[in-house]
Ligand binder design. Structure first.
Ligand code: NZQ
Ligand code: ZN
Length: 380
């Protein structure tokens, strides 16, 4: 196991009715800006709960943080926040609203253009912020990462900042999610675990077992959610699995991959594909192209997660990859670029962009432009 420092300061406040706790959770005397997306919270009653809880506090609202939040929108929020003397942010929505809020929080203490923070990959400081999470997928509610897009250049990059002070997770908020968002969320959670797990075996028993438990939970709950999205305990597991998949818990002392995400971000930036949907196409390709390098771990994954024990090593690897692709298909997601109308021009552009960036992703730092193109070509 590698050396590591672990510190995750986010307070999780879980369960139905917990939005009412907002007045106790937000420090007294703050000027609050509540940030929202496009309006799903109005339809499912979350907005009313937040307004009721914040009654009597000093707050303003900022609406319109879009899926794959853009720096163009967030610049406006930062200007408003600075003008109004905001010193606490509350994101109410999915990963996009929260990620956008992370850039607002960081931009509030930065004099230059916030895109510079994104390109640097790290904010030096941020004002405190928190969330009411309505879409379990990104883990953004308990991590310090955020992914921001720039419309004018069709770019999408991650950066890191402080952690949310607290996040409220009410499983009832997920009842209103459209089925496609649920499918993308399940794929995203699954791939978050895989990015931290599917590297080389023998690094940590506890990290492996923890990751495998999360993967098996996603596989178990996926068909049940399709049957009944109003089962409170089921949606509770969905929500908590998303958080635990990307809150630093399963990456202590182990190597990580993240090449699938980096390629997926390019597909979103260039083609507009939803984040989770991009991963369902890329991950099986990553597994196919890097099957030799990842062989030991793919065999372990196949046996422990899918019960694959028969056949030669090569046959078991094939089956594990096939099971993975089948799982994404069972969610109703495409697993090939052609199904989404993505052609060679996009593959060429991803390769060119990775080459310009000097990309070297993955646990072996060998996913460069050429390898990324190979992965995408294997998913045509
Ligand atoms: O904008 P509104 O009206 O709120 O509607 C949203 C949006 O249209 C809707 N929605 C959210 N909660 C809902 C709901 N609809 C009905 N009922 C609810 N309870 O769902 C749509 C998608 O929301 P979005 O926030 O974009 O989805 P998600 O949470 O999947 O976030 C995706 C973004 O997060 C980034 C992705 O790249 C993408 O930009 N990621 C962030 C990560 C992180 N911070 O650690 C890691 C991830 O790998 C990921 O990259
Ligand atoms: Zn993701």
């Amino acid at each position: 196991m590698k050396n590591f420092i672990f510190q995750n300061p986010t307070k999780l406040v879980f369960g139905k009715g917990q939005i009412a706790r907002l007045p106790q959770l937000i420090p007294a005397g703050k000027k609050i800006m509540v940030t929202y997306g496009g309006g799903s919270v109005r339809a499912n009653g979350i907005y009313d709960q937040v307004c009721q809880a914040l009654e009597g506090t000093d707050y303003i609202e900022f609406w319109g943080i879009e899926p794959n939040p853009t720096v163009e929108t967030l610049r406006k929020a930062i200007i408003t926040g600075k003008e109004q003397g905001v010193d606490f942010l509350l994101a109410v929505g999915g990963g996009s609203v929260l990620d956008g809020t992370k850039l607002i929080a960081s931009g509030m203490l930065y004099d230059g253009d916030p895109w510079e923070i994104v390109r640097k990959g790290k904010a030096d400081a941020a004002i405190p912020y928190a969330s009411v999470m309505t879409l379990p997928a990104t883990g953004s509610e308990m991590n310090s990462g955020a992914v921001i897009s720039r419309t004018e250049t069709r770019e999408k990059f991650a950066f890191y900042t402080s952690y949310p002070a607290f996040s409220i997770l009410d499983p009832e908020a997920t009842y209103s999610l459209p089925p496609h968002q649920v499918a993308c969320a399940l794929a995203d959670i699954f791939v978050h675990v895989m990015e931290q797990y599917l590297t080389t075996p023998g690094q940590s028993r506890i990290m492996d077992r923890w990751a495998e438990g999360l993967l098996m939970t996603v596989i178990e709950i996926a068909p049940k959610i399709r049957e009944n999205q109003h089962d409170y305990d089921l949606m509770s597991d969905f929500m908590l699995t998303a958080t635990l998949a990307l809150n630093d818990f399963i990456r202590m002392g182990v190597t990580e991959d993240w090449a699938t995400h980096m390629i997926g971000h390019e597909l979103t930036a260039l083609h507009g594909l939803t984040h989770g949907a991009s991963l369902a196409i890329v991950l099986p390709g990553t597994m196919r192209v890097l099957r030799d390098q990842k062989k030991g771990k793919i065999l372990q994954y196949g046996e422990r997660v899918w019960g694959i024990t028969a056949g030669t090593e090569e046959e078991r690897v094939d089956e594990a990859i096939e099971k993975t692709e089948q799982f994404f298909r069972s969610l109703g997601l495409s697993t090939r670029l052609s199904q989404e109308g993505i052609g060679d021009d996009v593959i060429d552009e991803v390769q060119a962009r990775f080459e310009r960036l000097g990309a070297a992703f993955g646990e072996a730092r060998n996913v460069d432009g050429r390898k990324a193109a190979e992965i995408l070509r294997s998913s045509k």
